[in-house]
Design a binder for this molecule. Structure first.
Ligand SMILES: [Zn+2]
Length: 620
């Protein structure tokens, strides 16, 4: 699993020109990752690949042995862990090397070789869950009570049995597996309609230049073009793409809803939402609370947009005016300077944490600069048995600095989780993953605000923080609300048409923005564009719950009496060290975050309120 900061439908606008692009061998070694802690060379990789093949075959040979007792089950679980650990190293050695220069076919071939082996491994292991589940849970519990080594797997085994509740008999499972052949069709058709078959419109800007309005260009105009008429043109032309085929989009989205309803009914869930949350054992009240509390707390969001309207000097203020920076600012942030700031920013988390972070920053596990052929974007890769590796395309902008802070949160989570958990619980779920990354950004912002004496820079920092909350929290909750309402239409057997979907989306837009926006009819179409609605329904709410958790933790870590803060730091580090050793709600509750309570969600709304107040002060 890999965590990166790409947000649903809010990818970064077309990047500004990077500093001079150097060939990889011209970049000093300390700015490039060193993969030798994974394997010293390709011979070692080949040997490990062979070992992995042998172990996969050996695991297949254990089929039929589990019922023999505790020792047999333990042997299978241990071998499965060995395989998993080797998989991390074999996969990442090839895939990180490939990402350095994706033009290299040799490494692409090795990467694909691993993917093929993984498919074989999955097949060779498919017998395990059904064979274990055929043994009564009470028997397995007795085995676990008798063997401490087996007891280690307690949570993993109990969770497997918990999930069995909605597993059908062989005949039913077979039938459902056959339906998987077309369950991806609505999303495939959406991708074809919105990307492969799309006719990119040409627009003429006020300067006379004509441009092809790709999604990247559209985003770039909204984020950088200071002429409102140009932004309006881009907005209206871009939405015409969806207007011309909106009934097809509605029909595809209805197929998504009907598919989700089919699966939830077939497996005996009360609703599509319950079916989606069951895997992580999240109560449906979490999403309902998130939606309700956020909708009731949109006042600071509206204040922010009204402030923007005033500062930008606009007569009318539309959704296409919401991304333009409030001030022009072009300070550069050299990587070497940030190397000092980043550990300083996490001082509230203690000196051990700072030391671990310095070890990452100085240990050649970060691939800092762009080079020809390198993969774009940024990620943190948790390489079990080695260390976390980080890919960046650092270009000295403020955005690049925050990307580094974000990925560093993931990397530190990996370091602590791998150090304190056995392999079976070493990886964490997405539901928790974005907590340390967003908290790391929040701590960095706090540090930068305390250090900066430049008024323009303070405005830029505040806007960066506010826009982060708007995009990662408010917009995602609004999307989650839309998904829930749309799925309920299907559940209640009501018609799903482009008009109905447009009404839901437009209604939400108005509920969130009140009189702070001037509305355009074209906004009725925006739902049709959002890729996550088609690819991964009920997914985006997790960005918002992570953000709310991190706001709540940030408050506890940085305010109140010394002893309270120290206790909060301890609870937070315990969360990071806990990896995936329990359900995410339980882990977060132990850290002092209860997502079923309105006040947890309100922490984010309060955070936004405070930031908007600070921005009002900084800009007046
Ligand atoms: Zn992330």
């Amino acid at each position: 699993m890999q965590y990166d900061r790409r947000m649903p439908s809010f990818g970064p606008a077309e990047a500004t020109a990077a500093p001079t692009l150097l060939e990889r061998d011209q970049i000093p070694d300390r700015f490039k990752w060193d993969l030798s802690p994974i394997f010293p060379d390709w011979d070692a990789w080949d040997a490990a690949y062979g070992e992995l093949e042998r172990k996969i075959a050996a695991f297949g040979a254990l089929q039929g042995t589990l019922a023999r007792g505790a020792a047999a089950l333990l042997a299978a679980l241990k071998l499965r862990d060995d395989i998993g650990q080797l998989e991390y190293k074999v996969w990442y050695f090839a895939s990180l090397r490939y990402d350095q220069d994706q033009r290299d076919n040799q490494f692409n071939a090795k990467r694909q070789q691993v993917q093929i082996l993984f498919a074989k491994a999955a097949q060779a292991a498919a017998w395990f869950d059904p064979e274990l589940l055929a043994i009564p849970l009470e028997t397995v519990r007795q085995w676990m009570a008798q063997s401490a080594d087996l007891g280690l797997y307690h949570f993993a085994i109990e969770d497997l049995y918990r999930q069995q509740e909605h597993v059908l008999d062989d005949k039913g499972e077979h039938l459902l597996s056959l339906s998987s052949r077309f369950s991806g069709s609505p999303n495939d058709a959406y991708a074809a309609l919105s990307t492969a078959d799309v006719k990119i419109p040409k627009v003429r800007l006020s300067t006379g230049t004509e441009i092809a309005l790709t999604y990247g260009q559209y985003r770039a105009i909204l984020a950088t073009n200071r002429n409102q008429a140009d932004r309006a043109t881009a907005f209206h032309e871009f939405h015409k793409i969806y207007e011309s085929t909106v009934n097809t989009y509605a029909s595809l989205y209805n197929a998504v809803l009907q598919r989700d309803l089919f699966h939830s009914q077939a497996r005996g869930y009360k609703s599509t939402l319950e079916a989606a949350l069951h895997g992580n054992n999240i109560p449906t009240a979490v999403v309902e609370n998130l939606i309700e509390t956020t909708k009731a707390g949109t006042a600071p969001l509206q204040r922010y947009h009204k402030l923007r309207k005033r500062v930008l000097g606009l007569e009318t203020y539309h959704s296409y005016d919401a991304s333009i920076p409030l001030v022009d600012f072009d300070r550069k942030y050299p990587y070497e300077a940030v190397l000092e700031w980043l550990p300083a920013s996490v001082s509230p988390l203690g000196s051990d944490y700072q030391r671990e972070m310095r070890a990452i920053l100085e240990g050649q596990c970060i691939d800092v600069y762009e080079n020809p052929g390198k993969r774009s974007g940024a990620y943190s890769a948790p390489v079990y048995g080695a260390r976390p590796y980080m890919l960046l395309n650092y270009n000295d902008t403020l955005d690049a600095v925050f990307t580094l802070a974000h990925e560093m949160g993931h990397s530190m989570h990996t370091v602590l989780s791998h150090a304190h958990q056995p392999f079976v619980y070493a990886s964490y779920t997405i539901f928790v993953a974005e907590v340390p990354s967003t908290l790391s950004e929040a701590l960095f912002l706090r540090y930068m605000l305390s250090e900066s004496s430049d008024e323009r820079e303070r405005v830029v920092l505040l806007q960066h923080a506010i826009d982060g909350i708007v995009a990662t929290f408010f917009t995602q909750v609004m999307f989650a609300d839309y998904e829930l309402q749309a799925h309920r239409l299907a559940e209640q057997g009501r018609p799903v048409t482009a008009d109905v979907l447009g009404d839901i989306y437009f209604g939400l837009l108005k509920a969130y923005h009140g009189d702070a926006l001037d509305y355009d009819e074209a906004s009725r179409l925006t739902w049709a564009r959002i890729p996550h609605f088609y690819s991964t329904p009920y997914y985006v709410y997790q960005y918002a719950t992570c953000f709310a958790s991190s706001a709540r933790l940030m408050h506890a870590l940085t305010t109140g009496a010394d002893s309270d803060r120290a206790a909060a730091v301890d609870r937070y580090l315990t969360l990071l060290k806990a990896g995936g050793s329990d359900h995410p709600m339980v882990l977060l509750q132990r850290a002092g975050v209860d997502l079923s309570k309105p006040e947890t969600v309100r922490a984010t709304i309060d955070q936004l309120d405070a930031l908007v107040t600070e921005l009002e002060r900084a800009i007046s």
